[in-house]
Design a protein around this ligand. Structure first.
Ligand code: FAD
Length: 709
């Protein structure tokens, strides 16, 4: 390989789907040298996943800081179709299709965002723009590039070593265009999955060396989808099972007399299978339809390599692979017509279709040697009906991205990367368990009320059970309750579950409504300097920083609480304070850990300059930080909205509390509002951060670091 071009990067991302893009966005935001490659020559314009759950929208918002008018991830909330309701339809006593119930699609108030729908191509476009803007154009998807070999130096000692070598090959654009069946854009392909082998088997010496490049990376991410090449190179299996349910998907603008076509609907017909309606942007509707009759390739009977790509386990038994060339949009829509009878269904604007067999699998490991990681469909696959595919995949790398950035910057120890697997594998397993239950109930024939009992027919899906699984699952599906266990990054010590409500999480008595290890729920707070109402989460954007939020309580009613806050000034401003010792010497004072104060007095009862200096620090130019002190109680001027974040978080206005929030918005620790509590914060950071005081730094102008924020 001596004549082959060689290059170096901190992180190499293989695969530019939602999980790869999210990782690239984090790394771009944190200023980490990164490359992202994809074997396809083109991005996707239609189809694939479309559901955005509340947590994904919160994350998008967190990358859309007001100070950057080009940070466009929150476009999704504006442009997507926001789904308000889900309607359940199933046979009534006479076996006629009837609406059984109509309920909110998302659990009310679980987030400020509700489940929304827009196609994956648009989301990937916003990712592309934001990544380009955050990285100043240095990070862009390079395509079509195919990795052909990967080697990890297991003995690499230093976390900054370029321990992974990936040989990549530039492909011909035409070769890398996914094969399509029929004239309409569809998902009846996996971009030349079968053909890939021919590239791997080719002898590199026979090929043109200028098409190859050897990339040396500190860390590599395999975000290369369900057939993940990276996963296979790491020798990681997928564990789980395959079902015989075959589903068709079409994106159409419907012409119908069905009354709930603009709501999400779960329709179980008596004898003609099930349909899920997803109302989309621009009057479009996606139908997920259970296909009754599908041509299968009998030679593959017993082989579970279903065509949409979830499965590589030859032991799984199914009736055989679907013959993809026999599936047409008409065959899918005809099946929908049957299920929706007596309602009529016609359409215009058929823009995409696909079909797939459900497989529910998860990898037992998400990394090798904390150097190469896999994420998204590469390590978990499931049915798309709960709208989880894109969301859980993005949330995987939302978890990993900031950790990689901290390690690459030399701010945190490499050990923190292990928390990626422990935190996300649990979510993936919960997802598969939920999907297992949900998709079987959805795919099963419905039990007709009374008839089942009268005729002694015990088989079939119980619609009440389906309804309750949906309700229970919605909380999980929203992505807002992902709960990370104790680790170097999460400290739940001193917390407890509530009897009978264990699923609600572990709470510290000091903030009795804030589940430890979960993302911090957002509520209003008022800027002390200007009375501007903020959704508190918007003051904790995804910029790679930890936040220490001090809740000193009511500093007017309890003057001793204000005194205590002043007594924190000296330890916090000292060079050995956690605020200073983990911040590189040439960096902006709060570029690693930001300290915020949220008090519980009326804003007009206290003065900005009455707060200690650590909360309103000046930069080297003398500019004051106005944006770190908030009133957590009061009323907004315009809407008279009542503000009481102390009640929302269950924090006592006399006792107060100190909360540590990770860069991904998850609550890491809650401690007492005392000197001892402050020491616990110090202990938290000393567990994994690298003391910067002894580290030599290039004499760099602080302002260049400042622009990193
Ligand atoms: P992907 O989105 O699969 O992205 C992987 C990326 O890696 C792709 O861009 C691929 O080109 C690239 N890649 C693969 N192998 C290599 C390699 N060796 N080298 C370089 N690049 C590579 N979800 C739903 O909810 N509803 C649906 O109807 C639906 N339909 C789908 C249809 C299709 C055809 C596909 C592929 C997926 C569909 N999904 C659907 C699933 C959803 O799109 C995924 O769950 C989600 O995109 C997962 O994101 P990801 O980034 O992990 O993987």
């Amino acid at each position: 390989t001596s004549t082959i071009k060689e290059s170096y990067t901190d992180v190499l991302i293989i695969g530019a789907g939602p999980s790869g893009y999210m990782a690239a966005l984090w790394l771009a935001r944190c200023g980490i040298p990164t490359r992202i490659i994809d074997k396809r020559s083109n991005e996707i314009f239609t189809g694939q996943a479309d559901g955005l759950q509340s947590r994904s929208l919160e994350i998008f918002k967190s990358f859309s800081e007001d100070c950057f008018d080009w940070a466009t991830m929150d476009q999704a909330w504006k442009v997507a179709n926001q789904m308000e309701e889900i309607c359940f339809w199933s046979p009534d006593e006479e076996g006629e299709l009837a609406r059984k119930s109509r309920i909110p699609d998302s659990i009310p108030n679980i987030s400020r965002f509700t489940e929304s729908v827009i196609h994956q191509g648009k989301i990937e476009k916003w990712f592309t723009e934001s990544i380009k803007n955050f990285s100043g154009g240095s990070i862009e998807v390079e395509r079509p590039l195919l990795p052909v070999s990967i080697k990890i130096d297991e003995n690499a000692k230093d976390q900054q070593d370029y321990a992974v070598e990936v040989l990549v090959r530039k492909l011909d654009d035409d070769l890398a265009r996914p094969e399509q069946y029929g004239g309409i854009a569809n998902g009846l392909y996996r971009a030349f999955d079968g053909d890939q082998d021919k590239f791997y088997n080719q002898n590199i010496d026979d090929a043109d060396k200028k098409d190859f490049e050897l990339i040396h990376a500190k860390y590599v991410l395999g975000a290369d989808g369900a057939h993940s090449w990276v996963r296979k190179q790491l020798g990681i299996d997928m564990e789980g099972e395959q079902t015989d349910f075959v589903w068709g998907v079409v994106d159409i603008v419907p012409i119908t007399d069905f009354p709930d076509v603009r709501s999400r609907c779960a329709i179980h017909s008596k004898d003609s299978g099930s349909v899920m309606i997803i109302p989309r942007e621009n009057d479009m509707v996606r139908l997920y339809i259970q296909l009754k009759e599908v041509d299968r390739d009998v030679e593959t009977a017993g082989d579970a390599r279903e065509f949409m790509g979830n499965c590589d386990d030859p032991k799984a038994k199914t009736k055989g692979r679907i013959d993809r060339s026999k599936i047409t949009p008409e065959s899918i829509i005809n099946q929908a017509r049957e299920s929706m009878k007596p309602y009529k269904l016609d359409y215009t604007n058929l823009t995409w279709y696909t079909a797939y067999q459900i497989g529910q699998r998860v990898s037992p490991n998400f990394h090798r040697h904390s150097r190469v990681f896999i994420a998204g469909d590469a390590c978990h696959t499931h049915s798309p009906k709960a709208g989880q595919g894109m969301n859980v995949s993005m949330q995987d790398t939302y978890n990993l991205g900031f950790k990689l950035a901290l390690v690459c910057k030399g701010l945190a120890k490499q050990d923190i990367l292990q928390t990626y697997e422990s935190e996300r594998i649990k979510v993936a397993r919960d997802l598969i368990a939920f999907d297992h239950k949900f998709s079987r109930l959805f795919s099963g024939k419905p039990m007709i009320p009374n008839a089942a009992m009268l005729e002694g027919e015990a088989t079939g899906s119980n619609m009440d059970e389906f309804h309750s699984v949906f309700l229970h699952g919605s909380r999980f599906a929203s992505g807002t309750i992902s709960d990370y266990d104790n680790s170097s990054l999460i400290n739940k010590v001193g917390g407890a579950t509530r009897e009978g409500h264990e699923e609600d999480g572990v709470f510290s008595p000091l903030a009795s409504k804030v589940p430890l290890g979960r993302r911090l729920f957002s509520d209003w707070a008022l800027g002390q300097i200007d009375h501007r109402p903020w959704h508190f989460a918007d003051r904790l954007p995804s910029d790679g920083r930890f936040r220490v939020v001090i809740f000193p309580g009511d500093v007017k009613q309890y003057p001793e609480n204000m005194e205590k806050l002043h007594s924190f000034n000296e330890p916090l401003m000292a060079p050995e304070s956690f605020l200073n010792r983990y911040t590189p010497r040439n960096a902006f004072f709060n570029s690693v850990i930001e300290c915020l104060v949220v008090h519980a007095s009326l804003r007009n009862d206290v003065e900005f300059y009455g707060f200690p200096e650590f909360a309103r620090r000046k930069d080297y130019r003398g500019r004051v930080d106005y944006w770190s002190i908030f009133a957590g109680v009061g009323k907004t001027h315009n809407t008279s909205t009542k503000v009481d974040i102390y009640s929302t978080y269950g924090i006592d206005k006399k006792a107060g509390a100190i909360m540590v929030v990770r860069p991904d918005g998850h609550v890491a620790q809650v401690s007492e509002y005392t000197g001892e509590g402050l020491k616990q914060v110090c202990d938290y950071f000393s567990g994994f951060m690298i003391d910067q005081r002894e580290i030599a730094v290039p004499e760099k102008d602080v302002t260049s670091y400042d622009s990193d924020r």
